[in-house]
Design a protein around this ligand. Structure first.
Ligand code: SF4
Length: 435
């Protein structure tokens, strides 16, 4: 993608023409062409980005509109309706526009240099850099590059040529995603920020990133009562530096009795309680025992921000939309590490010389969570538990045997039902793509 040189910038000519100037700069058009296209969409009353998408269609440009839920003109009712969940955070908008051209609306100033929710200002985005095409109000400024960390995006119209192939992939370094500056934007909007804390590498890295705002951060840790004792001690030690709230989970045993032991694989009949033993997907166990107590806590806090260290490459983890849908709109959810890999986090930990719990050096790189959990019976974890907490192995083994016998029994029953008594005409298999 060609990035903008200063000669490509089309400066504003009047107080109100930031949109045509930004559009011309973004697309490499003349001012006059952009003015013609945006003519009906820029008035003295404001800059309207969403309807511009239809005007651009005749130019074979598709526009994808994204709005921030921090947009000051958003009616409060919007955030309590279902579509409030579809709005993005400024950080998400910054991520979405990477590698695409876009016109962005950011906070601006009025003709007499006044500020207010009605004074949005259009700027150009070339896929990597934001260009303010200048301003001609009471305090005129020349065109210049600006940082979207300083001017949080309210709206963006992402522009794609309809004839284009897929956009170029731009690798965004993790630090650009969860930079101090983007975290700073969260603290601009919220007096109180809560970090879901487990004592694992991801939450340790995030706690370190939040150090500059330490006095406004509360770590939320759910103690299930079956944590490894050294992890209880490790997590509680963070209470020396941060406000730490220890939330008691519902009783793990009662959750297992009511909904079954957590399993990685389970027949539906056992999940539905139509066959014994009762089993539950481990995700629902974690949701009930570890996430819902956090959600209940956050619901009582009023407007605040909740940061979670979930990464997108972790199997079955929480998602932004899932977390948001269980929280009121007054709680902003942020997953700053979503695009990080485990290696990125380890690199951050090493770079800042952060202390990890001892199991990381002993071959099990995780926070352990519930020591008795039968849904995480991977070799490294079992080796570690056998060494440090051997008393939990019989519980895990008994639960895994229940899961195995239910699952294998169901599979064997299905196989036995269809195999022996019936002939299998070979030529019908290929019809169903089976061999
Ligand atoms: S770690 Fe295992 S036992 Fe603990 S809450 Fe999650 S699924 Fe349930």
């Amino acid at each position: 993608m060609r990035t903008l040189a200063s000669a490509d910038i089309v400066p504003q000519r009047t107080i109100y023409d930031c949109l045509p100037a930004a559009l011309a700069t973004t697309l490499g058009w003349s001012y006059e062409k952009a003015r013609t296209v945006t003519g009906t969409h820029t008035t003295e009353g404001g800059t309207f980005l969403m309807p511009l998408a239809s005007a651009l269609l005749s130019e074979r440009i598709a526009g994808t509109y994204v709005m921030s839920r921090t947009h000051p003109q958003l009616p409060p009712a919007a955030m309590t309706s279902a579509w409030g969940n579809m709005l993005a955070s400024p950080a998400e908008i910054r991520r979405l526009i990477q590698g695409h051209r876009a016109v962005i609306i950011v906070p601006g100033r009025g003709p007499r240099d006044e500020v207010g929710p009605e004074f949005g200002h259009a700027i150009a985005w070339d896929g990597q850099r934001a260009i303010n095409c200048g301003s001609t109000g009471a305090d005129p400024k020349p065109p210049r590059e600006v940082s979207l960390d300083d001017v949080p995006p309210w709206e963006a119209l992402i522009l794609t040529s309809i004839a284009d192939a897929a956009p170029e992939t731009v690798t965004v370094p993790p630090d650009a995603i969860a930079s101090d500056a983007s975290l700073a934007a969260l603290f601009d909007r919220h007096q109180r920020v809560f970090l879901g804390f487990s004592g694992g590498k991801d939450s340790i890295a995030l706690a370190h990133m939040l150090e500059p705002w330490r006095d406004r951060v509360t770590l939320l840790w759910v103690n299930t009562g079956y944590m490894a004792p050294h992890m209880v001690e490790f997590v509680r030690a963070f209470g020396d530096r941060f406000d730490l709230v220890e939330i008691a989970s519902p009783s793990l045993l009662q959750v297992w009795q009511a909904s079954g032991v957590p399993a990685d694989v389970a027949p539906f009949r056992n999940v539905l309680g139509q066959a014994s033993p009762r089993l539950q997907p481990w995700l629902s166990c974690c949701l009930t025992v570890r996430q819902m107590p956090v959600n209940d806590f956050l619901r009582r806090q009023g407007p605040c921000c909740y940061i979670n260290g979930q990464r997108a490459d972790e199997a079955g983890g929480a998602t932004l939309s899932g977390l948001r849908s269980n929280l009121p709109p007054s709680v902003e959810v942020a997953l700053p590490l979503t695009d990080w890999s485990a290696a990125d986090v380890f690199a951050y930990v090493a770079q800042h010389d952060l202390k990890l719990p001892p199991q990381y050096a002993e071959g099990y790189p995780g926070s352990i969570e519930c020591t008795v959990c039968p849904a995480q019976a991977m070799p490294a974890r079992m080796d570690y538990l056998a060494k440090r907490y051997p008393h939990v192995l019989p519980v895990i083994r008994a639960c895994v045997r229940d899961v195995a016998s239910a699952t294998m029994g169901a599979v064997e029953h299905i196989l036995a039902t269809v195999e022996a008594p019936y002939p299998t005409p070979a030529d019908t298999l290929s019809t169903f793509g089976r061999h």
